[in-house]
Ligand binder design. Structure first.
Ligand SMILES: [Zn+2]
Length: 505
């Protein structure tokens, strides 16, 4: 695969993302010579509000005179009320990134709209997550879907009673306590069709077992098929990506964001809110034209969801407004802004970083290198500290990245980086999620094979082995058979403990 570099700058609102992007672009443009061959950069906007034209205050666009002649793409080209969703943006961004590469320029994607950034870096996450797939069993489907080869093979191996059961799945849940036969038969059916999914559920958990069977029936595919297809797609990023997380300490960022709200009010936020309201209440369709022209517009989405619009539109529509209401609106806009910043950080730590780490681990397990390098740059202190702490570090890392040299350890860049970049690695791969919390049958304690004793592997299995019942059964089996006991073998195959809920048995 050829080297297709992308720089992504993320971070909270008000932390200097656009400034850094422009500085990196100017550096590339002005560098006298470069070994990597990139001359200049184009900035691609990944902020869902800044795609709208006008309304520069409420959307926080970089003013033209501060863009320093660097091209800013996907910015200010939609009218208020026009819809523009993540899939459209990703397609537009991909097209522009390709075009930029062809010019030997570097695409720099900048923005705070987390899910846009995520879906650009990691493709194919826009399909339903396995969770949604599982939960979609209640959706109505009018016609039966085509049946996958795997499912059709499994179906052909079913005994006639089980096939009959699959054709006529019960509407009511069989109760494991009053009708254990029915409950276990249902689980046996799932085990025959989709063993990987079946081992997640205890046979007594009829609700989950039946739901899994319904998914198979409605999708025409095995859940494990759907999940493994997603697993193959999820972890590979589209581009060799260098991700800068621009970060400012909360104690410093909070007041900075408050100040910015005051500044926005001085620069004419209220006038923009009035303009937006006017557009929303007098759409073009009302001037004797057909409704058609505005039929795709929605004056509750897009820029109408921006922080500032909601708070001040309400205030401006209030006939008995006073300075008290004004102060309240200011306060509520400040609170919303801080909450937004908090959500952005939590997205980076809980969604983006785990995806990045999982993808790098996958690549390294196949002998490759990191596909996404993530660095935190500390923008807590501005003024002089910006040049050394953010600008120069950013340029150095970018140069090494473009020249495909060894990059510094991201944790070594600063103390803040060491703290914030360490996240608990969570399984992001759907197959890992599927294989976690498997229920295994204890061969020793199972006396009736139609009522197997199932225990979740990990902690619960360890606990189970210490129970009086299990130890008694183990002694009995050791007495009865050879010293090579099965219980001991099972034990050694168990992987590391998984946290889990109580078994619903
Ligand atoms: Zn046991």
């Amino acid at each position: 695969m050829s080297f297709r570099p992308l720089i992504a700058i993320c971070g909270t609102t008000g932390v200097g993302k656009s400034k850094l992007a422009i500085e990196l672009a100017l550096y590339l443009q002005n560098a006298a010579s470069s070994q990597h061959g990139y001359h200049g950069a184009r900035i691609i906007n990944a902020d869902a509000m800044q795609v709208y034209a006008g309304m520069d205050v409420i959307t926080n666009k970089v003013p033209l005179n501060e863009q320093e002649g660097v091209e800013h793409l996907l910015m200010g080209f939609k009218k208020p009320g026009e819809q523009y969703v993540v899939g459209q943006w990703v397609n537009d961004a991909i097209r522009l990134i390709d075009e930029t590469h062809q010019r030997n320029q570097l695409p720099i994607v900048v923005g705070g709209t987390s899910y846009w950034m995520q879906h650009l870096i990691f493709p194919n996450r826009l399909v339903q997550s396995p969770k949604t797939v599982e939960e979609s069993s209640s959706t109505t489907s009018t016609s039966a879907p085509p049946i996958s080869e795997k499912l059709s093979n499994s179906l052909s191996l079913l005994s006639p009673p089980l096939l009959e059961l699959f054709t006529n799945l019960p509407d009511d849940l069989p109760s494991a306590s009053t009708d254990p036969d029915a409950a276990f038969t249902l689980h046996s059916l799932l085990s025959k069709l989709d063993p990987e999914v079946a081992q997640r559920w205890h046979w007594k958990d009829t609700r989950k077992v039946l739901r899994s069977l319904n998914i198979i029936k409605e999708s025409g595919r095995l859940s494990s098929e759907i999940i493994s297809e997603q697993s193959n797609e999820v972890t590979m990023p589209r581009y060799k990506t260098l991700c800068f997380w621009l970060y400012a300490n909360r104690d410093v960022l909070g007041p900075r964001l408050d100040e910015r709200v005051d500044e926005m009010l001085e620069r004419g936020l209220l006038a923009e809110v009035e303009d937006l309201n006017k557009i929303a209440t007098t759409p073009p369709g009302t001037k004797g034209q057909q409704q058609q022209s505005s039929s795709s517009n929605d004056y509750t989405l897009g820029i109408y969801q921006s922080i500032g619009y909601r708070e001040f539109n309400e205030y401006l529509r209030n006939p008995s407004r006073s300075s008290k209401e004004y102060e309240d609106a200011v306060e509520s806009m400040k609170i919303s802004t801080r909450q937004y910043a908090k959500r952005q950080i939590s997205w980076i730590r809980n969604k983006l970083l785990p995806l990045i780490y999982a993808s790098n681990n996958e690549s390294k397990s196949k002998g490759g290198t990191n596909l996404v390098d993530a660095y935190l740059l500390d923008a807590t202190e501005l003024s002089n500290a910006w040049v050394t702490g953010v600008q120069q570090k950013g340029i150095d890392i970018m140069n090494a990245f473009l020249e495909q040299r060894d990059l510094p350890d991201p944790l070594s860049v600063s103390d803040t980086a060491r703290i914030m970049l360490s996240v608990v690695e969570k399984p992001t791969d759907p197959t890992m999620v599927l294989n976690a919390r498997r229920k295994i049958i204890c061969p020793l304690c199972t006396t009736n094979k139609d009522r197997p004793m199932m225990i979740e592997e990990g902690k619960e299995w360890s606990a189970h082995q210490k129970t009086r019942l299990h130890r008694r059964m183990l002694r009995r089996s050791e007495r009865d058979s050879s010293p090579n006991s099965r219980g001991g073998q099972e034990c050694s195959q168990i992987q590391e403990p998984q946290l889990s809920d109580d078994p619903k048995s």
